[in-house]
Write a protein that binds this ligand. Structure first.
Ligand code: ADP
Ligand code: MG
Length: 265
């Protein structure tokens, strides 16, 4: 079946539909009174947010509103000043770093792949380094994950030999390899050439429909409307509105959201 995954059965979006589905589990996030400052600059001002397991939450808002900082707090790339974050009932702020790296995956705008390693090695590295998995086992999992994102035939390529869309799919495969409970996506299509955006968004939509818990910062309003279970609008470090896509896009209540949508839609 490894061979099958490598040889075909891929959809247009490059996603293998079949027996190699990742096992998605858990991922309930409960964020309370989360505040964060860079020095004197208060960037998050008491954020409360619930993300239900197996749902997709899209976070929208103007540049500088604190969206990336919120995601960074969720995997502790930065430390909040105040507040609590629970992942399936456990405090993220008290979690061991290795545990956090396994349980919360993140995908960035600029891929952050290791340039001197192949696609396969990039996916293997977190497994061998963080999970201390033997190389043979890590290689099997990495191959499977690359197949799932439609890159079975590109395992031996270095990032420079891949398109931006393919590099981003390697980064997604790398995040999935750890079997995380939740995956954070920070503007992952913003650096891509327009014709490569759809493939990555389709892959993300597919993961969402398979029950992966996802928090997605995005400017892709079409994606948010179609895929999100919940849309969160942030401005100046606060959540101004949160709700179903229809509520947010068709019936925005606050003037700030109305103004934002008028600018981006
Ligand atoms: P968004 O992702 O919504 O554009 P960010 O979370 O990146 O917003 O940034 C929120 C605010 O924090 C902005 O004013 C930004 O300039 C500032 N900021 C972000 N990162 C840093 C940093 N490392 N040091 C100082 N200020 C930062
Ligand atoms: Mg940002």
């Amino acid at each position: 079946s490894e061979l099958q995954a490598a040889s075909g059965a891929q959809t247009e979006a490059g996603v293998v539909i079949g027996s190699h589905r990742p096992r998605f589990k858990g991922g309930a996030l409960k964020i309370r009174d989360l505040s964060m400052a860079y020095g004197e600059l208060e960037v998050l001002k008491g954020v409360d947010l619930d993300i239900a397991p197996g749902t997709v939450t899209c976070i929208i808002g103007p540049s500088g509103s604190g969206k990336s900082t919120l995601l960074r707090c969720l995997n502790r790339l930065v430390e909040p000043k105040r507040g609590e974050i629970l992942l399936d009932g456990e405090s993220i702020l008290a979690m061991k770093p290795e545990s956090l790296r396994r349980r919360v995956g993140m995908v960035f705008q600029h891929f952050n792949l290791f340039p001197d390693h192949t696609a396969l090695e990039n996916v293997m590295l977190s497994l061998t380094k963080i999970k201390k998995m033997p190389k043979r086992e890590a290689r099997q999992i990495a191959k499977t994950r690359l197949g799932e994102v439609g890159l079975a035939g590109r395992s031996d390529h270095r990032p420079a030999g891949l398109s931006g869309g393919q590099q981003q799919r390697v980064a997604i495969a790398r995040a999935l390899a750890m079997n995380p409970e939740v995956v954070l996506f920070d503007e992952v299509t913003s650096a891509l050439d327009p014709e490569l955006v759809k493939g990555v968004l389709d892959l993300m939509a597919n993961l969402g429909s398979q029950g992966m818990t996802m928090a997605v910062v995005t400017h892709e309003m079409g994606f948010a409307r179609k895929v999100a279970d919940q849309v969160v609008f942030m401005d100046e470090g606060r959540i101004i509105e949160a709700g179903k896509p229809q509520e947010i896009f068709d019936n925005p209540r606050s003037e700030r959201l109305q103004r934002f949508l008028a600018e981006v839609l």
